[in-house]
Write a protein that binds this ligand. Structure first.
Ligand code: KG4
Ligand code: ZN
Length: 334
């Protein structure tokens, strides 16, 4: 079985091939960061147009990498949501049309399922069941994963996603979009003692998150202090510590309530070194198995979509309704 995966939900065009025999045979990615940087955020219309330009060359590239011809493919999986309507439509129309031309089945994949399963591309891969912390630019959630397609949300964010909070605070500190990893870099030079930000929603029961207040803490601190590089680094440090601490506290709580001993962490923010370190000290030291995607698969990519599609198609699941439909808003449990 050879499955082509297509990701176009936001600002990366990702294409990959996953096979029964060889696992991940090929993957290619085009990031639009440069394209959107001057606007300080993703411009949906520009994103769609760029996906149109990049999809065919990237598909050709992965086919060449894998040494496969069109008649070697068993199915095509594509991200149908959540994400930007126009960007999703490009991937959906492309995948469905290619499926028709190659006369093979297609499957609409949930973007967050792709992220959740991305650590399964690694060796060793986590066994089911596991707890998953998904921290991306658009989502922050804790979920119990019992099997492919069996996801129970335990906690969600009430406002900003973790990555979104990183990006917004980075912007306040004068860093270009998307500033998450740049803020983390700046925090390396920060003084750990200078500022203390709250750990939102850790003083009450439950597994939900709220990160928009931290952005306000950062803003108030910026206004109250001189705008020098050291102050910026100190604010970055305090902000990052607050987000990470909050995430770790909720993971510990989720492990206690579910009694699951495996934690999978995925999404763009799972690339954060401090988060990985803190999870290792707090959880791995207490016998919890930890799993992360490799760094390049933390952020959006085609490999995770090819893999999620592969696992579903292995179970005989593919779409019978071939309408080109996308779901910009789509709950993971649906
Ligand atoms: O998963 P992803 O590519 O996008 C969504 O599906 O939303 O995640 C992108 C997010 C951005 O907010 C980016 O700033 C953040 O992940 N990010 C980081 C790091 N690397 C990427 N945040 C904190 N530390 C990092 N090292
Ligand atoms: Zn994503």
């Amino acid at each position: 079985m050879n499955i082509l995966g297509i990701e176009t939900s936001c600002d990366e065009t990702g294409v990959a091939i996953y096979s029964t025999e060889g696992g991940l045979l090929a993957h290619a990615l085009h990031s639009q960061i440069q394209l959107h940087a001057e606007y300080g955020g993703v411009v949906p219309e520009l994103a769609s147009r760029d996906h149109v330009r990049k999809l065919i060359p990237l598909v050709k590239e992965v086919m060449q990498q894998a040494g496969l011809q069109s008649n070697d493919f068993t199915g095509i999986a594509y991200t149908a949501g959540p994400g930007l309507m126009g960007a999703l439509m490009v991937g959906a129309a492309f995948a469905r049309s290619l499926g028709m031309a190659w006369q093979i089945p297609t499957l609409a994949v949930h973007h967050l399922e792709g992220h959740l399963l991305s650590p399964l591309l690694e060796d060793p891969a986590p066994a089911f069941p596991f707890l998953a912390l998904l921290v991306s630019g658009g989502h922050t959630l804790l979920a119990e994963v019992t099997a492919i397609g069996k996801y129970r949300i335990l906690g969600d964010t009430l406002d900003d996603a973790a990555g979104e909070a990183f990006d917004k605070t980075a912007k306040l500190l004068g860093l270009p979009y998307p500033g998450g990893s740049l803020l983390a870099k700046l925090a390396e030079k920060g003084d750990s003692k200078r500022f203390q930000f709250p750990r939102p929603m850790t003083d009450r029961p439950g597994l939900d998150f709220s990160f928009s207040g931290l952005k306000t803490s950062a803003l108030n601190t910026i206004h109250a202090h001189p705008n020098d590089e050291q102050t910026k680094a100190d604010i970055a440090y305090a902000f990052q510590e607050a987000v990470i601490d909050t995430l770790v506290i909720k993971c510990v709580r989720a492990i206690k309530t579910t009694h699951l001993q495996r934690l999978v962490v995925a999404g763009g923010v799972s690339a954060n070194t401090k988060l990985r370190e803190k999870l290792h000290t707090k959880l791995a030291a207490n016998g919890v198995e930890l799993y992360f995607p490799r760094l390049e698969f933390c952020t959006d990519n085609g490999a995770m979509i090819a893999y999620a599609g592969f696992r579903h198609m292995q179970l005989g699941q593919f779409d019978t309704n071939l309408e080109i439909q996308v779901r910009p808003r789509w709950a993971l449990e649906e």
